[in-house]
Design a protein around this ligand. Structure first.
Ligand SMILES: [Zn+2]
Length: 58
């Protein structure tokens, strides 16, 4: 059996940049910009989801 090695998928919470509340889940292969999410658990503000190479950028 031959295996193709893939990097392990790690899921992380995207956190609200204003209050730190957990908003949506992404994994370490995500690339995202121009998507807006409303913080529903904390401050209720809208913010842009910016993810570069699986890391949240603010
Ligand atoms: Zn918030």
């Amino acid at each position: 059996m031959e295996y193709i090695k893939k990097p392990p998928i790690e899921r992380k919470w995207l956190r609200c940049p204003y209050c730190g509340a957990k908003t949506v889940l992404f994994d370490n292969t995500a690339q995202c910009s121009g998507v807006f999410v409303k913080c529903t658990r904390g401050c209720k503000r809208e913010f842009e989801v910016k993810i570069i190479e699986g890391k949240q950028v603010q």
